[in-house]
Ligand binder design. Structure first.
Ligand code: ADP
Length: 518
């Protein structure tokens, strides 16, 4: 169990962004360091070789003066029998310097300095092979047994080969050699580069891991918070306010949580309200049936009870219908049958349908200007939208006393999009200012007691009470058609609802004008 836990921890670590960032960083840095070190090493090696070569050339010049001139001064007899070659070196050699003289056939005539006989012959052979009869000087690099070192340790020597010429034919070769890197500069550089490279890599890996860890801590916080959030506790926030990408991600996450929380709360409120709304009529029906079933009831009392039950039933039917519409709205399942239609025509139809109701309430239902206003929309939903407003205006205005409800339309070209404006005005009791901001909320009623109380004196059992959903649905219909709804009201003097829907373009090619519902 323990081993499995450890294994999954190691696995998680190996797959973490921090680790991968650090590894990638280290890899790239290692490649850069290797190329840099190779470059530095070879540049230095070249410098060292150039310096040795320059030293050799100047030494040869000195030797030329010392040996050859002296030889010529002595009357140029047999070069190889020149007495200076017998015994010690003909020329004072420096530390670790090697001098080999070979004849034109590559035979060693004399070798001085820290070199064995066999090796001096090797040097002479190579020289002979390289020269191939041409009288030009050149350099060769050879590893020879290191002076003062145990056998087998070889050291790179740079040799300069210069032909010994006498009247344009080659007598032999002067081969002068020096250690390529006498001060051991190159091995030192190699170890310095290696150690510095490893150290830099280690520090860089640690630094990269620390930086990645620091940069990614908001991700840790997001993961932790997301794990802590249960379905019902959406109140947690990350509150990371940095300006970088992760700060923005955290901000987006917080805003998403806020939206989810609001939606969740709305849903909870909606369910609670809906249950509450349904419980009231069910209680009333229960009470009425209980009352009707009790003994000694008159026919009139039965009739009254049945009317109450019918009214509550109608209320519930309408409520359930509205709840269904809202549920479909929320789920985005409403299919709109968009067609080109005249908003004024539709308004007139709705007004005509409400004529009877208005008459029964002794309210004058009037129409104002109704110019032709082509819009694109769903006839049924738009009719329901207008109907809700007209119905409310009639329902919430006091009976008689010169009360009126006026429906009119006009075109508005002042805004960004030319719009058709429908207004439903009444001179009823109006709505107090504190209610206006909530009017379009679901289940919001200005006076809930009055809206649903069939036992109240003035209430008419034929009349279906309001559920507080009408204006929410009306607003949604306006919005889904790319429009908006506003309300103005003065308590005591009346209310005006105004709906704006974008006008359809009259050109035949582009009848679509309003945006898809958002
Ligand atoms: P309801 O189904 O209860 O009518 P609505 O959403 O249509 O629900 O209306 C919400 C509330 O707004 C109503 O309860 C009512 O008090 C108020 N209201 C709506 N229209 C008018 C109006 N024309 N005059 C006065 N009050 C209104």
């Amino acid at each position: 169990m323990k081993i499995r836990g450890l294994f999954s921890q190691v696995n998680a670590f190996l797959h973490s962004v921090r680790f991968r960032l650090a590894v990638w960083f280290a890899f790239i840095l290692a490649v850069v360091l290797v190329f840099f070190s190779i470059f530095v090493y070879y540049r230095t090696a070249q410098d060292v070789r150039d310096q040795t070569a320059a030293r050799l050339v100047s030494r040869l010049r000195e030797m030329n003066t010392a040996i050859l001139h002296e030889y010529r001064d002595q009357g140029e007899g047999d070069f190889w029998n020149y007495p200076g070659f017998n015994g010690g070196s003909p020329f004072t050699l420096q530390d670790y310097e090697i001098l080999v003289l070979s004849d034109v056939n590559g035979k060693v005539a004399g070798a001085w300095g820290s070199i064995e006989t066999q090796q001096s012959q090797d040097v002479a052979d190579q020289t002979n092979a390289l020269a191939s009869g041409k009288a030009s000087s050149r350099f060769i690099l050879m590893a020879v047994q290191a002076p003062n070192q145990k056998t087998g340790t070889k050291v790179d020597f740079l040799f300069n080969l210069t032909p010994i010429l006498s009247e344009n034919h080659i007598l032999g070769w002067v081969i002068l050699g020096q250690p390529l890197d006498p001060s051991g500069q190159l091995p030192r550089l190699f170890w310095t580069l290696l150690l510095a490279g490893i150290l830099t890599l280690l520090v860089a890996i640690g630094g990269a891991y620390w930086l990645a860890d620091r940069a990614l801590w908001p991700v840790k916080a997001i993961t932790q918070t997301a794990q802590d959030i249960s379905e019902t506790d959406l109140s947690r926030r990350l509150n990371i306010h940095s300006q970088d990408e992760l700060g923005r991600l955290a901000g987006t996450f917080d805003r998403m949580l806020a939206r989810l929380e609001a939606a969740f709360n709305r849903q909870r409120q909606f369910t609670a309200d809906a249950s509450h709304e349904l419980r009231t009529p069910l209680t009333i029906i229960g009470l009425e049936t209980g009352r009707a079933l009790s003994s000694g009831r008159t026919v009139e009392e039965y009739r009254r009870s049945l009317q109450v039950i019918k009214s509550e039933n109608e209320f519930m039917t309408r409520l359930v219908g509205e709840l269904l519409t809202l549920a479909r709205m929320d789920a985005g399942q409403v299919m709109l049958n968009r067609e080109k239609l005249d908003l004024s025509d539709l308004a007139l139809e709705v007004v005509e349908r409400h004529a009877q109701l208005a008459k029964a309430r002794d309210i004058q239902l009037q129409t104002g200007e109704l110019p032709e206003l082509p819009i694109l929309g769903d006839r049924t939903y738009l009719a329901q939208m207008i109907s809700n407003l007209v119905d409310n205006a009639i329902k919430y205005s006091p009976h008689g006393d010169g009360h009126w409800v006026r429906v009119e339309t006009r075109a508005s070209i002042s805004g960004e999009l030319p719009a058709a404006v429908l207004s439903v005005a009444d001179n009823g009791s109006g709505i107090a200012a504190e209610h206006l901001p909530h009017l379009f909320e679901r289940f919001y009623r200005v006076d809930s007691a009055r809206s649903h109380n069939p036992t109240q004196e003035s209430s008419n059992p034929e009349e279906i009470p309001g559920s507080g959903l009408g204006l929410a649905i009306t607003q949604w219909i306006a919005q889904v058609h790319g429009g908006s709804i506003t309300v103005q009201s003065q308590p005591g003097s009346g209310t005006v609802f105004e709906i704006r829907i974008p006008l359809a373009r009259t050109t035949e090619n582009s009848p679509e004008v309003f945006p898809e519902p958002g």
